[in-house]
Design a protein around this ligand. Structure first.
Ligand code: LCS
Length: 390
């Protein structure tokens, strides 16, 4: 099939209306199981001698369309869909690692990913090292003889620091490590890590892929079919697959990803400029801000800055919380990538599980706020912030 632009692939890829009675939108196969014509047909389906659906924890046609579309968007050979972003993260790590292995991860991770790594260390003997990954030396210094995987978030939740994916991928290739990138903040519209040499990309599809705050889901895209095949039995046996209805909602969400992310990025850039000029704001962290120390990385690997920014306010936790409570249009909630502008206080919310000294190393201070800029008129968002920051 001809390779189309991203905007077209978001709408058309991996679905042929002729295969499904002409239905314009992909049908929802809301079924838990599939019938076999004979006992032998069932036997052959289980042995793999015959292709076909068996049971929806293993696969489902609606989920499969989403997987194929996501694989095409990220430029991978295969994808797997999950019931949450954390199911995507955990199944990926379970699939690639065993007791005694070591992971190098970015010094900054979503709180539950950090919690999972701590659990893997305490209970399953899989160790990890947090690393700035600013230079080759940083990465080599963090490595051990048993390092197998580099796990990277970029932009990092919630500090918005960036990591040079090409640098990481080149070192990993020399060493024989696999690189996993959490691409949640960008979506494939802004960044495609597989094209930079990384091996696995994952998403909390709860965020920009869904885009409307009504689904919790995850997706993993693998560079090779072999990696995806390695993960399938782990997903089957840990059971974290996506539901057909959620896949259907995500296929709908994907159709507008390009226009949404364009507007999210435009709004976020304007709000970043507004905050930078506000006397109550200390620092603003936004990838596509020319003053951002990571701007050169942003320009290299992202097409736009995305919809999330973070900023520090004068004062500490109390001042930050008071500002949140004075907002009226902007909603206090975790999650991001929704149509509504959401604000949260990472130190006491998404990253409360991270011990204080580690939060400090990650740059998550008590006066840091994270804003997921929505699709409202940016002037209204700015006005609400102006009233709360006074
Ligand atoms: N990866 C990143 C970068 C995330 O931000 C999240 C969730 C996950 C993975 C996990 O995805 P989930 O299981 O929630 O679909 N981040 C959240 C956040 O920042 N606020 O609320 C959830």
């Amino acid at each position: 099939m001809k390779k189309h632009h991203m905007e077209t692939m978001l709408i058309h890829n991996a679905y042929d209306t002729r295969s499904y009675a002409g239905s314009l939108t992909p049908p929802l196969f809301q079924t838990s199981t599939y019938t076999f014509e004979t006992a032998q047909h069932g036997e052959k389906s289980f042995s793999g001698e015959e292709d076909g659906y068996i049971y929806s924890r293993l696969g489902n046609p609606t989920v499969h369309i989403l997987e194929e579309r996501m694989a095409a968007l990220e430029g991978g050979e295969a994808a797997l869909a999950f019931g949450s972003g954390m199911a995507a993260v955990s199944t990926t790590l379970f699939s690639l690692l065993k007791a005694g292995d070591h992971v190098i991860c970015s010094k900054g991770l979503y709180g539950c990913t950090y919690g999972l790594l701590e659990m893997l260390e305490e209970r399953f003997g899989i160790t990890h090292t947090l690393c700035d990954m600013e230079t080759e030396e940083d990465i080599v210094f963090a490595a051990c003889a048993n390092t197998k995987v580099i796990f990277v978030e970029t932009p990092i939740n919630p500090t918005m620091k960036l990591i040079d994916l090409e640098l990481v991928a080149n070192i990993a290739k020399q060493q024989g490590w696999l690189v996993v990138v959490d691409n949640t903040f960008c979506s494939p519209y802004l960044q495609t890590p597989l094209g930079l040499g990384c091996d696995i990309v994952l998403h909390s599809a709860t965020k920009y892929i869904g885009g409307h705050g009504d689904v919790v889901a995850g997706v993993v895209v693998c560079k090779t079919k072999e990696l995806a095949e390695q993960m399938k039995p782990v997903r089957k046996d840990t059971g974290g697959i996506m539901s057909p209805f959620d896949a259907w909602l995500l296929l709908r969400g994907l159709k507008t990803l390009a226009v949404r992310v364009e507007r999210h990025s435009e709004n976020a850039w304007k709000i970043a400029q507004f905050l930078k000029n506000h006397p109550s704001v200390e620092k603003v962290y936004y990838p596509f801000d020319e003053k951002n120390p990571d701007y050169h990385i942003a320009k290299k690997q992202m097409t736009k800055g995305g919809g999330v920014l973070s900023f520090t306010v004068r004062g500490g936790k109390q001042e930050a919380q008071e500002i949140m409570n004075r907002l009226s249009l902007i909603t206090i909630a975790v999650s991001l990538g929704d149509t509504e502008t959401l604000i949260q206080h990472p130190a006491t919310m998404t990253h409360a599980v991270v011990p204080e000294n580690v939060r400090e190393q990650m740059g998550i201070t008590d006066n840091l706020l994270r804003l997921s800029v929505g699709l409202e008129a940016w002037e209204d968002i700015a006005e609400d912030l102006a009233a709360a920051l006074c």
